[in-house]
Design a protein around this ligand. Sequence first.
Ligand code: ADP
Length: 400
Amino acid sequence: MNILVINCGSSSLKFQVINAESEKLLAKGLCERIGMDGSCITYENKADDTGKEFKEVPMPDHNKAVSLVLSALTNEKTGVLKSLSEIGAVGHRIVHGGEKFTTSVIINDEVVEAIKEVSDLAPLHNPANLIGVDACKALMPGTPMVAVFDTAFHQTMPEKAYMYALPLDYYRKYKVRRYGFHGTSHSFVSKEAAKVAGKAYDDCKTIVCHLGNGASVSAVMNGKCVDTSMGLTPLEGLIMGTRSGDLDPAIIDFIAGKENLTAADVVSILNKKSGVFALSDGLSSDFRDLEEGYLSGNKYAKLAVDAFCYRVAKYIGSYTASMNGVDVIAFTAGIGENSSFVRAKIVEYLGYLGVTLDEEENKKRADVHRIATADSKVQVYSIATNEELAIARETYALVK
Ligand code: ADP
């Protein structure tokens, strides 16, 4: 069965077609600037590797974007499908499932309503995700759809990990608590990590460091997530590309007062103008630029990279304590998979765990590779995440 995986944002739509049995990627692409001038679609037939096609084409709304995706997939020359009936199901990435969704579910009217109900927890993401669901429903009315939530994997956290020490009424009335994000990636990578380390998933203590532009750490013990660094929103935890991560909450009111801003203005700065971008004095939020700056002696690039790595190391330490030990540490996502520089800097802090870096292995680039020495007390890997494959697997499991 072929699964169409859709990740729909407010102005973009990423898609992949994956054969569920062989897990082979057949096609992938991206629609950008939906509803704006200059909208465009990128499409790649991966089955025959016919190369990337790029086309500027008006996309006033998501329905148009989905119809262009379906035309590209069934195009006589470069399509990978003869007809739409070859799509057995659609898997949708949905950012926030609140407390309601602890696993993926087949989408029906009740599920759509429940996703809408938790939309105030992710006002930028959930409505956009649902637009993608509606557009697919309109064009493929008989095809089953599955919702795969970014938050679901973290729903196994115990109360002591997810409750904030706030008046309980805020939890009772508004469900203010830690949810965590990147769940599909943490789930996928923690399973891969146990596998490559030769451990049973349900008998393994793993720390997954998902280090991309957005970044989070999770503690996965015996097959269950027991803690994660992102909170009610993705702002908490690690220092990220443009997000501050953890800070003293009193800073918000302090800066608002000094700069004559509202709390919402300051939170927007914490999301969009902070992180390594701010610490590098505006040099870049991209680690390729920051590494280059670091190596050429830019002191703010050094500060940004050092602070980022230090924060990751602090989380690894605290999750090791939470789980009373750790068997495997896995680095993933854009920085975790590609930056041997950042991995080495983080591993420098882990001597107390008996972690020893294998410098040669660490420099390699592969989907899965060991970066600690074979006799290291804790095994450390770089593992490529594959959220789309994880969504396809979840979708297939529910519809087959
Ligand atoms: P997201 O999905 O959150 O947008 P990604 O997981 O795609 O993020 O990661 C993107 C980030 O990965 C880039 O901003 C950059 O900092 C980092 N990155 C990508 N390639 C490299 C590389 N070769 N070296 C260092 N950092 C890299």
